[in-house]
Ligand binder design. Structure first.
Ligand code: ZN
Length: 307
């Protein structure tokens, strides 16, 4: 259990803890590394140039012709660029006030403030305990093949079909979509039901709060194989799961809640939950060994004061 401490102290300590933990497992996308040019050589070049001009001027004995006046150019009318409005983030305030409450490293989503994402239609949008979809958002949906009558966004449904067919062709495993799109209302029921069924601590580890779940985006897929259409922790370690893990990026999928990355994603390992982010982002993450979407965007969750 974490004691209540001041926000500034908490953030300071959290940053340290986060820095320590970042080195342990998941890789953070490096945004630095551009070498700056030398100021010394630039300065030397300027001096050399100045010196050369001075010498040329001193050696000239010809009178300098007075320059004929150049007509001042009349200003051409230019379109005044309209300023790009800076979007002002909107937030969902915590419904339980008094500061974030953590259970074994997983925060109760009802105790944190979440920024409402401005681009829920972006297939690579980051939604988690700190970034919420607008409540009114409902994506375009179609029924997905190889599923329990589940819906997905068309892009995700198409990619899922390709993933399924490639897996079948390569290793003969019949992938099956157990759960795709879930409405805000369904997610609300699921979260509240989980608290009753498994307790708040485990719910905060495994169940997404309404608005903070990827399922209402129509881009999340809970999968297994058709002969075992149940959510299984170990799916990712099965033959089919290993194939998806190795090849999913080619079709735009990532394993969303990998093992040992809960301190970054805010959720414990989910061996069945994959996310469609598009081939470009999935491939970039794969090629750079970036394990989580939070790291891809440089937005790992804020860690608690571990005391
Ligand atoms: Zn899921």
């Amino acid at each position: 259990m974490f004691k209540a401490i001041s926000r500034s102290k908490r953030i300071g300590i959290l940053t340290v803890v986060l820095s320590m933990l970042m080195g342990v497992s998941c890789t953070v996308k490096d945004s630095t590394g551009i070498a700056s040019s030398s100021g010394t050589s630039s300065s030397a070049a300027t001096q050399a140039s100045t010196s050369s001009e001075a010498t040329t001027a001193a050696s000239s004995s010809e009178p300098t012709p007075s320059p004929s006046p150049t007509p001042s150019p009349s200003p051409s009318p230019t379109d005044t660029p309209s300023p790009t409005p800076t979007p002002v983030p909107e937030y969902i305030e915590p419904i339980i006030t008094g500061g974030a409450v953590w259970y074994d490293g997983y925060v109760d989503p009802r105790t944190v403030r979440a920024e409402i994402v401005s681009d829920p239609n972006n297939i690579a949008v980051l939604v988690n305990k700190y970034y919420a979809q607008p409540q009114s958002y409902v994506p375009e949906l179609i029924y997905a093949k190889y599923s329990a009558n589940q819906q997905l966004r068309p892009e995700a449904a198409d990619a899922w079909e390709q993933l399924h067919d490639a897996c079948m062709a390569e290793i003969g495993e019949d992938l099956y979509l157990i759960s795709g799109y879930r409405s805000w209302e369904t997610q609300t029921y699921s979260f509240n039901n989980a608290i009753t069924r498994r307790g708040l601590d485990k719910t905060c580890c495994k169940n997404a709060y309404p608005g903070r779940s990827e399922h209402p985006l129509g881009l999340a897929l809970d999968i297994n194989i058709k002969s075992d259409p149940e959510i299984r922790d170990n799916f990712v370690y099965t033959k089919a799961g290993q194939w998806v893990l190795e090849n999913g990026y080619k079709y735009g999928f990532i394993w969303r809640y990998p093992k040992d990355c809960g301190y970054i994603t805010g959720y414990g390992v989910e061996g069945w939950h994959f996310r469609y982010v598009g081939i470009d982002v999935a491939t970039e993450m794969h090629d750079n060994n970036i394990m989580t979407l939070e790291e891809y965007y440089g937005k790992p969750q804020v860690l608690p004061h571990n005391e």
